[in-house]
Design a protein around this ligand. Structure first.
Ligand code: PEP
Ligand code: MG
Length: 737
């Protein structure tokens, strides 16, 4: 196989040698083209004139079935198989026995390799193994592009086939670039071993390092915190000790492969089989096995710990199964044009960060990781929730035009920047923005935000590897106030715990972290942390207004304690003659439904409230905000939730306490329309949503919508859902949404 031959001669030699070694009358190689046709590329034993002429569709005949299912077929009497089809040009009707294996690479079928015999025989397992091993070599040849010259002009091989994924639009925007795989698969090039025993020893050593590395991960403090991580790691540990897996790896080595190639082979087999499993649990396990196999490969190649590999120059789109918010920040922002996640929901923190950075995101793009190769051209359509991998030129052209169109629209929003956010009937609405990092700050000016309605202080803590010092915190808060340039800024105190994990803050594992020891609950128990932060806030706001709010308030006693803490810090600093804020305003986030039933008491304790609709809705409907399986199930634009929001507005009015909403729904024009119609005059959203929301409200008659909403909410059995009513309203009044 290593002989320096021309591609066709090499294929001919490969099929000739297989036929000779396996005592088969026929050996044929089919390659899958981009148009879904399997074309005969080489044969020993069939009519040589049929090479490049004999063709089968994917799923057609035995060869097509193997390609479509990515499974080998081993048949004593091929003609009895229901999928058998007769290709007259090959003259194959005289053969009985048939064995075919898919040519696989990274879970993708690139072709099929077949042997046939006249007599009825069953091929032994070792023969199947041998054929699969050769198929791997051929897969590398195809992937390296060595067969391109053999194709007729215009014929494209399957490796470059365009693929289209439908997912969820999680962050707006369109991005074109080249794939970078987060946790990229390691590509194995050295396939055959010279000394099987030495190679087995190498494999065993790597497996034991792998096991140790998993133990280490389990021992890490940050891993002790999150339930899900731990469950995954425990499963990894179990898989790494799976005897069947290790035995299959060793067998492959004894059959002549290098340790690396054996990992790849065993994983290819598993992936190909499990890709077709419909059970989501099984497919999830496949991901774990993929990760584990990659880890083992990295161990073997001495690249453990190297997660990112070489960067790709130019515009990149990161393709990941899932990703943490801090991991995204490890990449150079200037090069990122988009993010594709196989998992992820609208309020996953990585998505929130991506949105803050203006990176388009599509989530739930199932299969993207295994279909994409590093360097592939890719388009992320964060408007429609679609991903185009290896797009044909005409699709790419459409998207380039869309990007230009968006740029024009952005210019229109830009032109709106200084237009007051006033509805047609003269109602002013404060369009504030959410922020949490220094990178957000230029947006206050660029988007024309009326201020910062939610500053998520935990992000500074989440991206740091050690606890930020008071002076670092103070510096950030000062920079935020400077950027706001006199516009109001509302700082939220640390909201950690739950899904927001600080690696350096020890927390015990919890069954239900979202309902657990988090946010204010944790802060009040560890007043040191909170006091440091409050002090940094007070100092940073010297001579200016300081607005502070507390997350996840559940009980009013918590709020009283938090207020006490801040007044103690206030007194402390005054005693040391520090310059103090000109004015101090305290608020509570409404995120826990218990507050809905003590609104009057709550309003007496605060200067303002801000509704965290992401969490409030999560607890209102008992629907995990990060669980994609159920996150689309309940609608936040529904009457019960709207009634809850109205109660809060009414209570605010009774006590002259201002009410804002700062969850993700404020940034969706249709939801923002509903909020303004309900009576909100202040909402806070991701900065890129300010333009679209303003364009919406400029066309809105808030009083008129208010009447329509009030009537709808009063109806017992409305004809339409609340959302349908809103959509119809926006349509009828030509309100952009
Ligand atoms: C919310 O819960 O709506 C909110 C704004 O807070 P976070 O998304 O940071 O939990
Ligand atoms: Mg929240």
């Amino acid at each position: 196989m290593a002989e320096p031959l021309e591609a066709q001669a090499r294929l001919d030699e490969i099929v000739r040698q297989i036929a000779a070694n396996m005592v088969a009358e026929v050996c044929s190689l089919y390659v899958l083209r981009a148009d879904g046709i399997l074309e005969l590329y080489a044969t020993q034993g069939l009519n040589p004139g049929s090479v490049h002429l004999a063709q089968l569709r994917l799923g057609e005949g035995l060869v097509g079935t193997i390609a479509a299912t990515a499974r080998a077929l081993n048949l004593q009497d091929a003609q009895k198989h229901p999928a058998f089809t007769y290709l007259p040009e090959t003259g194959e009707e005289i053969f009985y026995s048939f064995m075919g294996v898919p040519i696989l690479r990274a879970g993708r079928t690139l072709g099929v390799l077949v042997v046939q015999n006249k007599e009825k025989r069953i091929y032994r397992d070792e023969e199947t193994e041998a054929l699969e091993t050769v198929a791997m070599v051929v897969a590398e040849m195809i992937a390296a592009g060595s067969l391109e010259g053999l194709s007729r002009p215009g014929v494209v091989l399957d490796l470059s086939r365009p693929v289209h994924f439908e997912g969820l639009a999680l962050a707006d925007g369109i991005g074109l670039g080249h794939v970078i795989l987060h946790e990229p698969r390691v590509v194995v090039t050295n396939l055959f071993n010279e000394d099987a025993e030495a190679e087995v020893a190498r494999l065993e050593k790597a497996v034991s390092s792998l096991r140790i590395s998993i133990e280490d991960m389990l021992q890490r403090r940050d891993m002790a915190v999150e339930g899900e991580h731990r469950a995954v790691l425990e499963a990894y540990r179990m898989f790494a000790h799976d005897r069947g897996w290790v035995r299959r790896l060793e067998e492959a080595v004894r059959n002549g492969l290098t340790a690396e190639a054996s990992v790849e082979k065993v994983q290819n087999d598993m992936r190909a089989r499990m890709m077709h499993a419909s059970d989501p649990f099984l497919r999830e396990r496949l991901h774990d096995f993929d990760d584990l196999a990659n880890r083992l490969l990295r161990q073997l190649m001495g690249r453990a710990g190297d997660m990112f590999g070489d960067g790709v120059a130019g515009d990149v789109v990161i393709v990941a199964r899932s990703m943490g918010a801090a991991e995204l920040l490890d990449y150079r922002r200037e090069q990122i044009r988009g993010l594709v996640l196989e998992e992820g929901g609208a309020t996953s923190h990585v998505v929130i960060v991506a949105r803050a950075l203006g990176i388009p995101v599509v989530g739930q793009a199932k299969g993207a990781v295994s279909m994409a190769e590093k360097g592939d051209a890719i388009i992320v359509d964060g408007e429609e929730g679609a991903v185009h991998l290896r797009p044909p030129a005409d699709v790419e052209k459409v998207f380039v035009e869309r990007v230009q169109f968006r740029a024009k629209r952005q210019q229109r929003y830009q032109a709106l920047r200084d237009v007051p956010a006033r509805t047609r009937d003269g109602q002013d609405v404060a369009l504030l923005m959410n922020a949490g990092l220094l990178v957000d700050l230029p947006q206050v000016e660029a988007a024309g935000a009326a201020g910062i309605g939610l500053f998520r202080t935990e992000l500074q803590f989440m991206i740091a590897s050690t606890m930020p010092k008071t002076s670092d915190q103070e510096r950030l808060y000062s920079a935020v106030l400077d950027a706001a340039d006199g516009k109001p800024v509302t700082f939220r105190t640390l909201d950690v715990g739950g899904d927001k994990v600080l690696p350096y803050l020890h927390q015990s594992p919890e069954e239900n972290p979202a309902l657990g020891y988090r946010a204010l609950r944790l802060a009040l128990d560890r007043p040191g942390l909170m006091r440091t932060q409050l002090r940094a806030l007070l100092k940073a706001s010297a001579g200016r207004e300081l607005r502070v709010m507390f997350p996840m308030v559940t009980d009013l006693e918590e709020l009283r304690q938090a207020r006490d803490l801040i007044s103690r810090e206030f007194k402390h600093l005054t005693r040391f003659a520090h310059a103090m804020p000109r004015r101090l305003k305290l608020g509570a986030m409404i995120e826990v439904p218990s507050l809905l039933f003590q609104l009057d008491e709550l309003m007496q304790l605060v200067d303002f409230v801000s509704i965290g609709s992401n969490d409030l809705f999560q607890f209102f409907c008992a629907v995990d905000r990060g669980n994609a399986q159920i996150s689309g199930r309940f609608d936040d634009l529904s009457s019960p939730f709207m009634r809850a929001l109205r109660e809060i507005l009414d209570a605010g009015q009774r006590h002259s306490v201002s009410v804002t909403l700062c969850g993700e729904m404020a940034g969706r024009p249709l939801s923002a329309m509903a909020l303004i119609g309900l009576g909100f005059r202040s909402i806070s959203m991701t900065s890129s949503a300010i333009g679209p929301v303003k364009a919406m409200l400029l066309e809105l008659d808030a009083e008129d919508l208010h009447r329509t909403i009030t009537a709808h909410l009063a109806e017992r059995h409305p004809r339409q859902t609340f959302r349908q009513m809103l959509e119809a309203y926006a349509q009828a009044h030509a309100i952009p949404h």
